[in-house]
Design a protein around this ligand. Structure first.
Ligand SMILES: NC(=O)C1=CN([C@@H]2O[C@H](COP(=O)(O)OP(=O)(O)OC[C@H]3O[C@@H](n4cnc5c(N)ncnc54)[C@H](OP(=O)(O)O)[C@@H]3O)[C@@H](O)[C@H]2O)C=CC1
Ligand SMILES: O=C1O[C@H](COP(=O)(O)O)[C@@H](O)[C@H](O)[C@H]1O
Length: 503
């Protein structure tokens, strides 16, 4: 059992959206579930002026994301404090340090500090530098950890220079780069499915796997984040980070143990083995970008991307990205990977599908099976795993249909499944970086993504429009043709069509 030592959590960007919507509710849940240490406090930091009481009201007492009895919330709120930084950096950081030391003494947090940077990325380096100037990176008394929000860089160059900047002030082992997909239970379950069973891993290679398909679909548009998204796009926002982390978990070799560095070493090797696409012809044939157009969903008009708030009316930023690629190593040679991510799809769903090859000799010639075995790892919603396999239809002869063999997390009843930010915060509090991305992993992911972005930026690849509420541009079907078709899953895995369900 890992221990959570006494500590003080400092959140930069405490007046922002993420703090109110994700971080404080996650801390509250950890408090409810009794995961927080006996001596614990949170200091929120931003430029806006607020008293402790105003901060508490804003993020806890009046938060629609926290629901519980007033008394319990009030107890939790007493652990929350706020310090404004104003605009004059040196003086402010000195005051911040004094406040920290006072809280550290009052709450007996043993000089253990986590600094969570939930600010615009341009502030990651200056905050690390200012903390260092105050000696707040020094681990001689108590440990110091730095959590960095996404996006981590905008390209390989910018990610490398951010890594270099941060390493000037903090050691790699002090740095925790958030990728909230790694905090999802079902994403972690990929490791368990593969390495805690002997029934999947022997098949997990080019001899048995036909192709791998990953879909990340959101039904929402860009909502209020148009300003950020228009400079980012689907490839930077989802593919480079969350989806390549999923790919790494699917592709990686078995680690020696569940030790964080062993797992991260294998993920790095996996990311390094993705075949770089630099030839324009290859990029043209293997990547597709799209942008959603205005449409009607359930009788209501929804905006096209270019009409969204804070989006350039002539924007060529992609809201749909599909990439086909190969992994150049012994295990995966010639197995195509198809990964797509998009906004304004028919439903919100993320899943990994391992498509197995057909049996190499068909005995049941009259069977009406034209689909192969599949392993569906449903990341969200309706989290679970589904195996599609052939079963005999009762009656004469050998008619074969696809049956479903499944497991759903919802069947665990009342078991509390930690939300990603809860899990990640608790891990950082306990000094476990397994579910955080290491510097070299992030760079390897950018190395693969950069040439696609460059090719798209040059205006070479066409940007296909698709109506909001459909599965992306029709042209994307050509990418996967010859290997089958996109699975276009429904919201509920439990409703996945199958001849029978084996309980
Ligand atoms: N919101 C979301 O759903 C997601 C956000 N993220 C990431 O989380 C981070 C925060 O995002 P979000 O909360 O949405 O952003 P917001 O714009 O809502 O908040 C930014 C915060 O940074 C503060 N800030 C700005 N300048 C400074 C400064 N000089 N010193 C200290 N604080 C400062 C702002 O407060 P003030 O103006 O008072 O200083 C505010 O509290 C970003 O890196 C974002 O990419 C990642 C995934 C999802
Ligand atoms: O990081 C991000 O993720 C969300 C999707 O997260 P999920 O947990 O709801 O799947 C995405 O909407 C956002 O654009 C992106 O920045």
């Amino acid at each position: 059992m890992r221990t959570t030592e006494n500590q003080l959590l400092v959140i930069f960007g405490a007046s922002g959206d993420l703090t109110a919507r994700k971080l404080v509710p996650a801390l509250y849940k950890l408090y409810q579930e009794k995961h927080l240490p006996e001596h614990f406090a949170v200091l929120g930091v931003a430029r806006s002026f607020m008293t402790d009481e105003q901060f508490r009201k804003r993020v806890a007492l009046e938060s629609k994301h926290i629901k519980d009895s007033d008394e319990f919330i009030a107890q939790f709120s007493e652990k929350l404090f706020y310090q404004d930084l104003g605009d004059s950096y040196d003086v402010s950081y000195m005051e911040l340090n004094e406040r920290l030391q006072d809280l550290n003494t009052a709450y007996q947090t043993d000089n253990n500090f986590i600094f969570y940077l939930s600010t615009p990325p341009s502030l990651f380096e200056p905050i690390a530098k200012n903390l260092t100037a105050q000696g707040l990176n020094d681990e001689r008394e108590g440990w110091k950890r730095l959590i960095i929000e996404k996006p981590f860089g905008y390209s390989l160059d910018t990610a490398q220079s951010l890594n270099n900047d941060l390493h000037r002030y903090f050691k790699e082992k002090q740095i925790y780069r958030i990728d909230h997909y790694l905090g999802k239970e079902t994403v972690q379950n990929i490791l368990v499915t593969r390495f805690a069973n002997s029934i999947f891993e022997p098949l997990w290679n080019r001899s048995y796997i036909h192709h791998v398909e990953i879909t990340n679909a959101e039904s929402d548009g860009v909502e209020s984040r148009g300003g950020y998204y228009d400079k980012s796009g689907a490839l930077r926002d989802m593919f480079q980070s969350h989806l390549l982390q999923l790919v790494a978990l699917i592709v990686m070799e078995p680690p020696l143990s569940a030790d964080p560095e062993e797992i991260r070493n294998e993920k790095l090797k996996a990311l390094k083995s993705l075949r770089l696409m630099t030839d324009p012809e290859v990029l043209e044939q293997n990547t597709i970008r799209g942008q959603y157009l205005a449409s009607e969903i359930d009788g209501e008009r929804v905006n096209g991307y270019r009409e969204e708030e804070d989006v350039d009316p002539d924007s060529t930023t992609e809201t749909y990205a599909a990439v086909k690629f190969y992994v150049d190593n012994w295990r995966w040679a010639d197995v195509p990977f198809y990964v797509r991510t998009a906004k304004r799809m028919p439903t919100k769903v993320t899943e990994v599908v391992i498509h197995f090859k057909s049996p190499h000799h068909q005995i049941f010639k009259n069977s009406n099976i034209n689909k192969d075995n599949k392993l569906v790892i449903r990341i969200q919603p309706d989290e679970g795993i589904l195996v599609k396999f052939g079963v005999k239809v009762p009656g004469q002869g050998f008619k074969v249909e696809r049956g479903n063999l499944d497991f759903y997390y919802s069947s665990l009843g009342d078991t509390h499944i930690m939300e990603a930010y809860e899990r990640l915060l608790l891990d950082a509090m306990q000094g476990d970086a397994t579910l955080y991305a290491r510097a070299d992993e992030v760079e390897a992911a950018w190395r693969f993504t950069d040439p696609i972005l460059e090719y798209w930026k040059e205006g070479n690849a066409r940007i296909y429009g698709y109506s909001a509420g459909v599965w992306g541009p029709e042209h994307a079907d050509e990418l996967i043709e010859g290997k089958g078709q996109w699975r276009n899953p429904g919201a509920h895995l439990a409703d996945d069509p199958g001849y029978c369900v084996i309980e």
